[in-house]
Design a binder for this molecule. Sequence first.
Ligand SMILES: C[S@@+](CC[C@H](N)C(=O)[O-])C[C@H]1O[C@@H](n2cnc3c(N)ncnc32)[C@H](O)[C@@H]1O
Length: 267
Amino acid sequence: MLKAPYERYENLYIYAFREGHPSLRELEEPDLIGYWEEDGLGVLFFHQEKEELVEELVKRLNLTLELKDVIPYAKWNEKRVPHPFVVGPFKIAPLWEKGDFDLIFDPSVVFGEGFHPTTALMLETSWIFFQEKGLPEEVWDLGCGSGLLSLFWAKLGAKVVAVDVNPLCIKVTKRNLELNGLEAEVIEGDVRKLPFFGGELILANLYKGLLLELFNIPSFFTSKYYLLSGFTTGMEEEILQALRDKPVKIEKRLEKENWVCYQLCLS
Ligand SMILES: C[S@@+](CC[C@H](N)C(=O)[O-])C[C@H]1O[C@@H](n2cnc3c(N)ncnc32)[C@H](O)[C@@H]1O
C-alpha cells in the first residue's frame, strides 16, 4: 500500500520466501509496500532494494529465499497500468490521479486495478444487476483483491462482506474503504473454510478450480443471486457441467476477451 512519502509506485522490489513466516506480517519498514501470502509463498514488496534487510530476515527467521526480482509497476499485473475508468454512474481512479472522482483506490500490487476482463465484467454485470433488481440486502465479495467490487457495492449503499485469503488484499481493501468513507466487513480467510455463506448476492471472481470446489459445498447455493467470473470460454463446458445438478439457473451471460461472467439465480 502507498504510505508517505510515496505517492505512487515506480519499481517493485520483490522477495519471495518459501512458506513465508508470521513475523513478516508484522514487518514495519518505511519502504515496504506489503506482505503477500499465497500458494505456499510469502512475498515482500518494497519500493527500494532491501538486500541487507532480507539477508537479516533470512538468518533470523530461518527463511528460504525462493526468488527475488525487480519489476517496473507499469509491467506488473500483465502490464495493466491503473488509470481512471467509469462504471455506471461512478468515475473511479487510482488515488494518485488528480481530478473529481466518485471512488478512489490504491490498487497496490494485488489483483483488481480494474482492467482485467473478469473485473470489468463483474463491475459491468454488477451495474446491470443493480439497475434491474435494485440493492441486494447484503453482498458477499469472495476473493476481494483490491476491494474494487466491494467499493462499488458499498458506494451503491449495500451492506458488504469481503473475504480474501491474501493478507495484503485485506489491508488494501480496508484502506480503500477508508479512503472513500465507506464501510464493510472484511474477513481474512479461505472461502472454502467459511462457516457459512451469507448475503443475497454473492460475487465470486475466482479461478475455475476454486469455483468448482465452491459449487460442491452445499451451503454455497443458499444465496439468491450469484455473479461468477474467472473462467474462459474454453473452461465454460466444465463450469456448465458442474452447475447442471445445482439449484441455480443462468440469468445472464457476458463475455469479454474470451473471459466469461454468469449471473445466476436460485431456481
Ligand atoms: C481474480 S482475483 C479477483 C479480485 C477482485 N474481486 C476483482 O474482481 O478484481 C481473485 C482473488 O481471490 C483471492 N483468493 C484466491 N484463492 C482464495 C481462497 N481460497 N479464499 C479466499 N480468497 C482467495 C486472491 O487472493 C485474489 O485476490
